[in-house]
Structure formats: C-alpha cells, structure tokens
Design a protein around this ligand. Structure first.
Ligand code: ASP
Length: 350
C-alpha cells in the first residue's frame, strides 16, 4: 500500500515537473553592433537591408528554439548566418587590421554548466562561432588563438576558406580612411581581393558609417537553459594581434543560468576593463537587481563614466529580454515564443 502511494506521488510529481518544463517559453535577443547609427545618415535601402538581415537571423534562432533546439544551437545558428552576411563585422564583412588582414574573434557560453569556448585572431575558419563551440566541446581548453585555432578547426572538419573570402570593399575603404586619419601607411590590398573599383571611397563607405557591426545572440530554450555568443572582426585598423572583449569570457560574452546571458558590442578595451558581461550577471545574482537595472547600471553609468561606448543584449531564465546602449544606435532584435518580433536600430525607437 505504502509503495503504491509512493509510486502514485512520484508519477504525479514527475508529471507536474514535465509539464512545467514543457511550458517553458523560448526567447531570443540579438545584436548586429552598436555605433553611429542615425536616421539622418541612413538611406531607406540600407535600412531595409539591415532590417531584413536582422529579421532573418532572428527567425533562424526562433525556428531552432521552436523545434526544441538548445539555446546553444540557436545562438550558433543565428551567428553563423550573420557571419556570412557582409553587412556585419563578423566572418565575411569583418573589418581590417592596420596590416590589411581580417583577424576574427568569437566566443560561446552555455549557461547550464558554465562551459565556454573562445577563439581569437583566426584568419581561415569560415565560421568562428562554430570553432568557439568546437573548442568548448572538443578540447580541454576555453580559448585558442591564431594559427593553432585555425589548425584545430581544420582538424575537426570545420569549413576552411582563403583569407580573401572575408574581404569586402567597404570595410577595406573604412580601414584606408582610418589609417589616413591617423597618418599611418596603407597596406597593399590582400592577395585574392578584387581589383580596386574606380568609385570614390566615400560612395562605397560613407564616413562614420558601420564603425561597429559585431554580432551577438542570447537565447533561452524550452528546457530552461540560457546561452550567449558573440562574433566579430574587432575594431577597424586595430593593431595586428589585438584581441577585443568579444572572445573574453566575462567581458563581451557570458552566460549562467543562475543570473543571465549577455553579449556586448562596443570599444572592447572598456568592456574588458569593466568585465561588462559578468558584472551585469553578478549584479543580478548577488545584488538581486532586475536585468534591465543591472544592464543600465553597467552601460549607462560605469561604461559611460569611463567614456567607453557600446551596448549589450541580455536574457534570463524568466525570459526577460533587455538591451542597453550609450551610442546613437544599435542594431538589435528580439522575439519570445508567441510574440511579435521587435527590430530596432536607433536610440529613439520605437
Ligand atoms: N567589441 C568589439 C571589439 O572591441 C568591437 C565591436 O563590438 O564593434 O573587438
């Protein structure tokens, strides 16, 4: 009799917990970089192109989550798409170093177990975010850099490309302009790049435009786990070998089920010094702050007082989806199961 009661209780309780799990609604937030993104500088065609790209990446993550895919899968799938999209400063379309190369950084983190993977300065791996995930899942390490990281990608069957695959004319012109401003020498066009067009540089890449363009995704899956990922080419005309915040766990990327998942974009040096992503999560975890308040504390106060620029997106296990930035704009989008997608660019939106 006792046994039967125990069994009945067990069946009832596991039924309740299974239905609680099944009822967890998924949610996703993404960014495509923060910076001087202003209505007055944006022509309708460019605005429509960004909107379409953000929508497509959001949909990719949403479809993955809707099918029961993990937050990690959704983060990776959406970032892979943005890495292939030349509009963003990640993968193809990444910015150039002062030496005329594309050196790519990425990181991914699983909030359910604090596992993380990161890569910096890769030049031959088509999808740095998948390489970051491979480092997390297939190596005993958290971070690999440079030639070793590319080698690891090749060994694990990731798609490898010639470095010229990442070349885009507008990012090249942005680097040329930056180096001219700094009075530094212009490196030769990389091998494999198309010949220089005869259009004036300002027609290809208007001044001030697209200074940023890093991509990041944070997601909550039906199992109740959160994850974060970020991928970038870094800063235009950065020194070769420079590593930004994006692949630094705790600076540009962080995820912990007990607090939140964060991806940042902006001038990485400030994000590293303030450990922006981890600080936001620590405020939530130890001070009991709401997600928006914690994000604003770090971005609107700490980062701004330091004169750093940029922003973040964040999510938590309750499905709160927030963003905070101190630049004129940030490409951003969010969607929760059963809701309507929100896609925004400027500060004064909606
Ligand atoms: N945070 C990136 C870096 O400093 C750049 C960006 O987000 O635009 O490498």
């Amino acid at each position: 009799m006792r046994k039967t009661i125990f069994l009945l209780c067990w069946i009832l309780l596991s039924g309740i917990s299974a239905s609680a799990q099944a009822s967890q609604k998924w949610a996703v937030v993404l960014h495509g970089g923060a910076g001087v993104i202003e209505r007055r500088n944006m022509d309708p065609k460019t605005e429509a192109a960004y909107r379409a790209s953000l929508q497509a990446a959001l949909q990719k993550a949403a479809d993955t989550l809707d099918k029961g895919g993990s937050a990690l899968d959704a983060v990776e799938a959406a970032i892979r798409m943005m890495e292939d999209d030349p509009l963003f400063n990640a993968g193809r379309g990444a910015v150039f170093t002062a030496a005329g190369k594309n050196e790519l950084d990425a990181a991914i983190m699983d909030g359910s177990n604090l596992k993380a993977g990161a890569v910096a300065g890769v030049t031959r791996t088509r999808h740095p975010i998948s390489l970051a995930r491979a480092v997390m899942e297939k190596s005993p390490h958290v971070m690999l850099i440079g030639a070793g990281a590319d080698e690891f990608a090749a060994e694990h069957g990731l798609e490898m490309v010639d470095p010229s695959f990442f070349f885009t004319e507008r990012r090249w012109q942005a680097m040329v302009r930056e180096l001219q401003k700094e009075g530094k020498p212009i490196p030769p066009r990389p091998a494999g790049a198309p010949p220089a067009p005869d259009k004036p540089a300002s027609e290809i890449e208007p001044p001030n435009a697209h200074k940023f363009g890093t991509v990041g995704v944070v997601a909550l899956d039906k199992q109740g786990n959160i994850a974060a990922g970020t991928s970038t080419g870094g800063l235009t005309a950065k020194m070769w070998g420079r590593v930004g915040d994006s692949p630094i766990i705790g600076a540009g990327t962080y995820a912990d089920n007990r607090s939140c998942a964060v991806s940042g974009t902006g001038t990485g040096e400030y994000f590293i010094r303030l450990t922006v992503a981890r600080t936001i999560c620590a405020l939530v975890q130890y001070k009991g702050m709401g997600l928006q308040a914690a994000a604003d504390e770090v971005i609107q106060h700490q980062l701004t007082e330091m004169r750093g620029d940029g922003g973040i997106i964040a999510i938590d296990k309750q499905g709160d989806m927030v963003w905070s930035f101190n630049t004129p704009g940030m490409y951003r989008a969010r969607l929760a199961e059963g809701g309507k997608p929100e896609i925004e660019m400027y500060k004064d939106q909606p």
